[in-house]
Design a protein. Structure first.
Length: 718
């Protein structure tokens, strides 16, 4: 269900992004080449979502691909939300220049805004191209029909540049309420609604709204003149305002010509009842003095793209702070005593999550117990994330209750320091740590339950048998091409290996408690160990292991419900002993010298249980395995890559439970069986990249049309 939400979310967001850049940025910026490239990339990726949505339930590689797509979709969503604020500002501002103005974003020419949008769109376009290339070349997702130019029918929300009828993205429920209150209300009380901008020259008009409550965004603060003008907003007396976000525009000159940012932010001191604070795009070198004050109710702080700041603010004394994210402070080289402060024996007493991201020059993060007189630090910290801090070498080692650690693109030395004294850790994801001496097994305590190791290109060794992680239940190892030796592990329940350099997995036979085993994209793997003792194994997926020639006997795996053995180009035979409760089977893509598909004898006791069957053929095959006709419970049948087949067998009509029938890349297929009309439960038929059959199934005129006319959902693509 969650994955389905991901694909639907991605469809809507990516579609809206096309509308945004075409209607808005294109009108003010010579950006046609990038816009064209973005549109093409979005449409290409969206054309893959149907296949991804179907395959992600069982294929880990597709789930990972969707997760990456979701991340990019969220970035796109941020662009849409930012654009929404701009649309709303204009909608309110244009007809009401003479009316009372109550909410503020400094008014300036649209160039800076468009520059920021253009850069973000270019980044998203590049990411989408990378995502598409991987989907086609590695995961081999199949494209759906070309996206219709009329996007309105496919989107659940849309933006455009026409202010009078635009629908603002990200705040739909509040749009009419905001406009009505801002333009017509005579009351000072505007409760718990997003406040978005107009008329920065009149920021002082906020000063009289003493009952203003809820959330307040102030954007384009680079156009506020000085501290005095900023102070005229009287934020310090607005006791009901619990969430404030300050934004400066990002464009090339801002990093150098930041002018008065420090003065302005000093003048925007909020009330001490504040619960959430965000500062984005601030270009001063130091944060205001009020950030070190007693904000006793402050729960969340987000500091983003404050590129000129040389120090992080003092925050260790805040008694209720639970979430802190610091991102894109390019000039910070050291985090030390100024971060912790000297006021308390307990530093960051309530902090639960801490994130440092994109700190390009950060070399050292000092341990509070070494540089302050504090006795306790981070007593409640549960999750620590450090990403894209490549220069970081020194880090603290006191995290007494840390449960989740996320590390990406960080020096091995810093990782070793952070993990040297973890006693409560349950989950860790390690991305892109450099150095062949990196040994994850030496870093983590025996309490860890889930460990992910991703994109560690030099990693050749994980841990030895003297350091077992006795609580480890889930292990994921992805894109570690030099990793040759698999560790000795007992108690593991889920193992996921993707794009690694293993030749043999001898130690795998000790993992008899496994319920899920995925081995994908390991081209050097030559053999698998005996799996007969894996009595709990429910899912076994072997994909893209081109040196693998055979699969061991699986007959004792009485709980195996999902078996996938695909795209292993040297396999010539499948296991013999029968499996009793298979529900999902994906097979094919084997040695192309074979004239017939390997025997499916192992399925003879699954005739009444198998519900999903996916077959991938090759050029020499001119028939389907006859065993298929025995699967009386089959609901979904996928036939792909059988180029030698022209006519489908008549027994296909005996699959009386069939609901979904899919044909992909069968270039010579021309004839459906006449018994197709007997498939009364068939709800969906897809014929993609089977050009001859598509032509013969043309609605109303094709020779095969009468066989499929009654099927409710038909999708065809040449």
């Amino acid at each position: 269900m969650a994955e389905a939400i991901v694909t639907e979310f991605a469809k809507g967001i990516l579609g809206n992004l096309i509308t945004l850049v075409t209607d808005q940025i294109g009108l003010a910026w010579d950006f046609n080449d990038e816009l064209t490239r973005l549109r093409e990339n979005v449409e290409m990726v969206r054309a893959l979502l149907a296949d991804a949505e179907k395959r992600q339930v069982e294929e880990e590689s597709v789930r990972l691909w969707l997760q990456r797509l979701k991340d990019v979709a969220y970035d796109a969503d941020d662009v849409l939300d930012e654009h929404a604020y701009e649309l709303l500002r204009r909608k309110v501002e244009i007809p009401n220049q003479r009316k009372r103005k109550v909410c503020f974003s400094s008014l300036s020419e649209p160039i800076a805004f468009n520059f920021k949008m253009a850069n973000k769109v270019k980044t998203i376009a590049d990411s989408l191209k990378e995502i598409y290339d991987r989907a086609i070349n590695e995961i081999r997702l199949i494209r759906a029909e070309s996206i219709n130019a009329n996007l309105d029918t496919m989107l659940n929300r849309e933006t455009n540049s026409f202010i009078d009828n635009s629908e603002v993205v990200g705040r739909e429920d509040h749009v009419s309420e905001i406009v009505e209150l801002v333009t017509n209300s005579t009351s000072e009380k505007l409760s718990v609604i997003p406040i978005v901008g107009m008329a920065g020259e009149q920021i002082k008009e906020l000063g009289c709204l003493n009952q203003l409550s809820g959330e307040l965004d102030i954007r384009r603060l680079e156009n506020v003149r000085d501290q005095e003008e900023a102070r005229s907003a009287n934020l310090a007396i607005k006791a009901k305002m619990n969430q404030v976000r300050f934004y400066w525009s990002l464009y090339p000159d801002r990093k150098v010509n930041h002018c008065n940012d420090e003065e302005v932010l000093e003048g925007l001191c909020p009330h001490q009842n504040l619960k959430s604070l965000k500062i984005d795009g601030f270009s001063g070198k130091k944060f205001p003095s009020w950030m070190s004050s007693h904000f006793d109710y402050l729960i969340q702080i987000n500091l983003e793209d404050c590129e000129n700041c040389e120090q992080v603010p003092t925050l260790g004394h805040l008694p209720c702070l639970k979430a802190l994210e610091i991102k894109g402070m390019d000039d910070v080289t050291c985090i030390g005593v100024e971060f912790y402060g000297m006021r308390s024996n307990v530093l960051f007493p309530a902090l639960r999550t801490l994130t440092f991201r994109g700190m390009k020059k950060l070399v050292e993060w000092k341990d509070a117990l070494e540089v302050t007189s504090a006795r306790v630090v981070f007593p409640c910290l549960e999750e620590l994330t450090i990403k894209c801090c490549e220069q970081l070498k020194g880090a603290p080692c006191h995290f007494p209750f840390l449960q989740k650690l996320n590390i990406k693109d960080v020096n091995n030395t810093a990782l070793e320091r952070i993990s040297s004294n973890l006693t409560t850790l349950k989950s860790a994801d390690i991305w892109g740590v450099s150095g062949h001496t990196f040994s994850p097994g030496q870093l983590f305590c025996t309490s860890i339950q889930s460990l992910g190791i991703f994109y560690c290109g030099e990693l050749s060794y994980i841990w030895d048998t003297s350091q077992p992680l006795i609580s480890l239940e889930e292990l994921k190892i992805h894109y570690c091409p030099k990793l040759r030796c698999f560790p000795r592990i007992q108690g593991l329940r889920c193992l996921n290996i993707y794009e690694c350099g293993f030749e043999v997995l001898t130690q795998l036979q000790l993992c008899t408690s496994l319920s899920e085993l995925y081995i994908c994209g390991c081209p050097d793997l030559k053999s698998l160990p005996d799996l007969q003792e894996f009595h709990s194994l429910a899912q076994l997926v072997i994909y893209g292991c081109h040196n693998l020639k055979s699969i061991p006997d699986l007959g004792e795996l009485c709980f195996l419900t999902h078996l996938a053995i695909k795209n292993c180009s040297n396999i010539t035979r499948l296991p013999e002993r029968s499996l009793k409760c298979l529900k999902r089977l994906e097979i094919g893509g084997y040695c192309e010298e074979l004239d017939v598909f390997p025997s499916l004898n192992f399925t003879q006791h699954s005739h009444t249980t198998l519900q999903y069957l996916e077959l991938k053929g090759w050029a020499k095959l001119n028939s389907l395995p006859g065993e298929i006709q025995q699967f009386t419970a089959l609901e979904t049948l996928v036939i792909q890559g059988f180029d030698g087949i022209e006519t489908l067998p008549e027994w296909l009509g005996n699959l009386s439970s069939l609901k979904e029938l899919y044909f992909y890349h069968c270039k010579n297929l021309m004839y459906l069986p006449t018994t197709t009309t007997r498939l009364i439960k068939l709800e969906e038929l897809r014929i993609w990249h089977c050009s001859k059959l598509v032509e013969r199934c043309a609605k109303g005129s094709g020779a095969e049309w009468f066989k499929i006319a009654r099927i409710p959902k038909i999708s065809m693509l040449r």
